[in-house]
Design a protein around this ligand. Sequence first.
Ligand code: NAD
Length: 340
Amino acid sequence: MKTLLLSKNDVERSVSMDEVIMAVEAAYRAYQRGSVDQPPIQTIEMPEFGADSDIKCCYNRENALFSIKIVGLFPENFNGPHKYRSAEGEKLPNMMGNVILGDGKTGASLAVMDASLITGIRTGAAGAVSAKYFARKNAHVAAVFGMGAQARMQAYALSRVRAIEEFRVYDKFATPETRQAYLEDVRGLTGAKVVFCDDPADAALGADVLICATPSKQAYLMKEYVKPGMHIIEVGVDVENKAEVEPAVFAMADKVICDSTAQCLARGETRNAVMSGLFAPEDIYAEIGEIVLGLKPGRQSEEEITLFDTTGMSIQDNTTAEAVYKVAVEKGYGSWFEFV
Ligand SMILES: NC(=O)c1ccc[n+]([C@@H]2O[C@H](COP(=O)([O-])OP(=O)(O)OC[C@H]3O[C@@H](n4cnc5c(N)ncnc54)[C@H](O)[C@@H]3O)[C@@H](O)[C@H]2O)c1
């Protein structure tokens, strides 16, 4: 029995953003149809190294595949500089982990692949799926908060579903070097103009789509920045101690959509909004899968304010890893290993 081992480079050359957007839509459909068994996320803390890893797993009856992703942030791999390295002395990225894709029938591990790009690209695709149904059709200006990996992926994915001409970017910790790197990357990925703002209000001004992609612990998206017709994509808050969007924004939104209501109430920005008392679980308009399946409409007017809260679901990893695996087998990427 052979298992396909796929590096980050193999993952990258196996799928395009457009294919991952389709895979994430398939994930949301399967989840909504009740075809997914997805246990709660488990977190392993390694406090002496300032690190933690999340285990996200699920079984998808629609492709008969199960997946287990263990991925975490190991900041000291990067800080210091590169305080901790591999046993061979190599520098390592701060996000480390793998996805195991398994055959539901036999339990065989079909593939083991790098998880960092899978996580990045499927999260970007999640934002794009929401924009496909909720951003105004003629959306052409996007505000981006953050300048990290997700702020790149969200911009790239959004540009695949809307003709964005300008990204207005704010990052509290920006330096000339990080700005230059973001500019080169996002201009290369999207072809759009990239403008840096020193004030978050300037970034938000005139934006049709607003992306929050920072690990901030304090809300910075104020209700004054939000205007009729905006679609907000909330990505950064995926555990209890983070905050980006002030609860009043949830209260003023016409439609709040979650990837998984249960997960957003447990660890997303929706949780913060509910805890403030300004927003109630009953105020959630839908799960995104209901929209993808056509059970509820997406944007219904030019004026609606819509907000998508995504905490990231294992089923997104499952369908994305499936897409990667199929192409990699066909193209002969990676290497095979026999565990059994
Ligand atoms: N929802 C999901 O499925 C999902 C998936 C992946 C990552 N995330 C989360 O998204 C967030 C961003 O991840 P990343 O990989 O891009 O991280 P990153 O470290 O690559 O980038 C974060 C960026 O945010 C900036 N920043 C930090 N605090 C800020 C603030 N208060 N205001 C403005 N900018 C600020 C930093 O300077 C940095 O440029 C994290 O919280 C991460 O856990 C969520």
